[in-house]
Design a protein around this ligand. Structure first.
Ligand code: CTP
Length: 394
């Protein structure tokens, strides 16, 4: 179930550390790779040998055990998909809240940018202490997932809230985060990517700077959410879903026409050349001096043509890259092309769009409602586009 997922488990000095051994087994049984980082105090409750045997990996506790020229806390961040701290003691929670990095576990947390799940475990009075209450609120407000402790008989001999949550609950929470709901299951989505190339002669072409990164990120995310993806791309990529490699606008048009017939949706993220050479030369054109005149003829407008033939259940999303009057031009384009949504980005900003790894977008629908996606990496932008559009439609 969790095959290919890398889970980093953090264990702090709390009695429930022994329960984390079962949690590690559960992750391993589900084919996840598990790496464990412990605070020095955690080793009062569980041994390194047990953790290494169960995780089938080395266990880290030392802050300055530098491997492969990368500080340990950074390589642990890079190599995992999620950080699960269970049990999390009141002390470690306080350090996490205040950015204290006095051991490897807290340093990893401070540098961690992916999802973090925290399962606290402590005495009831410690859990109810105003500092702990405030720290938990702060962590929650920063997007950290807190799995609240349960009530019951505690190791210190008292009854109350503070017992580590059931490990099955921790496991299910991690699973939900790593395996998002398959909102596109059974739906075919056709996505175009890259910039088309129109031959001038056998060695030259008219092209554009589109890298294809946005379209590929959309295809990857749609696939992760269960879609039956067909990527029609000018960039050559190998994927687990179907990829049709094309070069010219005409080739892209033919492929889109064929694939869109039985599709639920089309996303035209490609930068399609509006024109092609009228009579492309089948030999290399030689320099003759003076001016060279090339005659251009219009290419089909793929987006517009597909909007003409789409049925009411099909959703078509266009893209528009503008260097001025972004929103007004985008509104004009959605009207002119007839698509359901348009994702507009401002190409006058050099740090986003085209070849960049980042994008900032505005999703506009037919009623001109606008959703702003703030500057983020293209993978995240793609996820947000998919979630915001397909999450609410049909
Ligand atoms: N598009 C298309 N076929 C074309 C040109 C564009 O399918 N021949 C699609 C793009 O994939 C994009 C949308 O239309 O989804 C808008 O592309 P853009 O180049 O911004 O629009 P154009 O209609 O070409 O307008 P202009 O270049 O004049 O701004």
């Amino acid at each position: 179930m969790l095959s290919g997922k890398n889970i980093l488990i953090g264990i702090t000095g709390a009695i429930a550390a022994y329960k984390t051994l079962e949690l590690i087994r559960l992750f391993k049984k589900n084919n996840a790779n598990v790496k464990v980082v412990v605070t020095p105090n955690a080793l009062n409750f569980v041994t390194k040998t047990t953790l290494e045997a169960l995780s089938q990996n080395s266990v880290d506790v030392e802050q300055f055990n530098i491997r492969e020229y990368k500080p340990e806390h950074i390589s642990l961040c890079d190599g995992s998909d999620i950080f699960v701290i269970a049990p999390a003691s009141a002390n470690t929670i306080a350090k996490m809240t205040h950015g204290i990095c006095d051991n490897l576990l807290t340093s990893v947390f401070c540098a961690y940018k992916k999802p973090v799940v925290v399962a606290p475990c402590m005495n009831t009075n410690m859990w109810e202490n105003p500092s702990t209450v405030k720290n938990i609120e702060t962590l929650k407000s920063r997007g950290i997932k807190i799995i609240e402790p349960e009530s019951g008989f505690l190791a210190c001999g008292t009854e109350g809230k503070g017992r580590l949550a059931d490990i099955n609950i921790i496991f299910d929470t991690v699973k939900e985060i790593l395996l998002p709901a398959q909102i596109l299951k059974g739906k075919k989505i056709v996505i175009t990517a890259g910039g088309t190339k129109e031959d001038i002669d056998t060695v030259r072409y008219i092209g554009n700077y589109s890298s294809g990164k946005m379209g590929i990120a959309l295809a990857d995310n749609a696939y992760k959410l269960g879609a039956d993806v067909v990527l029609i791309s000018t960039a050559e990529v190998k994927k687990q879903y179907k990829v049709i490699n094309v070069q010219t606008a005409e080739e892209m048009y033919q492929a889109v026409k064929t694939e869109f017939k039985d599709a639920y949706s089309l996303i035209m993220a490609a930068a399609v050349s509006d024109y092609r050479i009228k009579n492309k030369s089948d030999k290399k054109i030689k320099k003759t001096g003076g001016t060279l005149h090339l005659k251009l003829v219009e290419n089909p407008d793929i987006l517009k043509e597909m909007c003409k033939i789409k049925n009411n259940n099909q959703v078509i999303i266009g893209f528009c890259a503008e260097s001025e009057n972004l929103i007004n031009n985008a509104k004009e384009k959605i009207k002119n092309k007839g698509c359901d949504y348009i994702c507009a980005n401002d190409i006058s900003k050099k740090d986003i769009g085209f070849s960049s790894n980042f994008n900032e977008l505005y999703i506009i629908d037919k009623e001109y409602n606008i959703i702003h996606i703030e500057k983020t990496d293209k993978n995240n932008a793609a996820f947000q586009i998919i979630e915001k559009i397909y999450g609410k439609s049909k």
